[in-house]
Ligand binder design. Sequence first.
Ligand code: KIV
Ligand code: NA
Length: 265
Amino acid sequence: VKRITVHTLRQMKDSGEKIAMLTAYDYSMARILDDAGIEVLLVGDSASNVMAGHETTLPITLDQMIYHASSVVRGIQKALVVVDLPFGTYQGNSKKALSSAIRIMKESGAHAVKIEGGQEIKESIKRILSAGVPVMGHLGLTPQSIYKFGTYTVRAKEVTEAERLKSDAILLEKLGCFALVLEKIPADLAAEVTASVGIPVIGIGAGDQVDGQVLVTHDMLGITKDFKPRFLRRYVDLFESIHHAAGSYRKDVKSGDFPNENEQY
Ligand code: KIV
Ligand code: NA
């Protein structure tokens, strides 16, 4: 099998082939998504929400991200595995950023890291890139800054924030980031950013004029029952399917129907 690399993604942008990215946090799911041909698996710090049940992405630790990432890496044959640097492991101190990125690469076997922000984390990005670790940027609604924003609503609707986002995107490309995630911003702005940079732009709630899409897997599978933002498309209602399966199993255990004659030794 031919592995997806950061160069493959660039070629996909250049040839107009859209990039499909999903989150993964464990071995079994990574196997399925990789086999389905998803080009990029993101070990997102959304694991803090969907795996650990925290309200925000802030509490998840570097050790926990490495555990998730190494599980995902064992499940893939082809996909590019990108890992979020969690909150507090890269901001404000580029040496710390580098050592965090190196721990992820060494201990999990992943292929790249993602970090939230632009100008303010420039030194961290430079230092990680100088060690040969590919960096994916992330602008717009950056969930690690939720307490600054105060809400998970659409970002960059005002000119000042939109202008800043545009210059940050150009900066990220200039620094050497291989791709960029744009989260929850107006489609027109995302289209403008996508046309202004040579690197692939992956959107989530950023419209259709970008180079690829990413969703949180548990959201698109319908496992996160009450999360229904406008940008989300649900491809299956796994909450219902699993709920039903568990109910049937329970019923069969109580009635003595399970296990039957053929299901024992
Ligand atoms: O952590 C995550 O799942 C993400 C994606 C939503 C881009 O950063
Ligand atoms: Na994230």
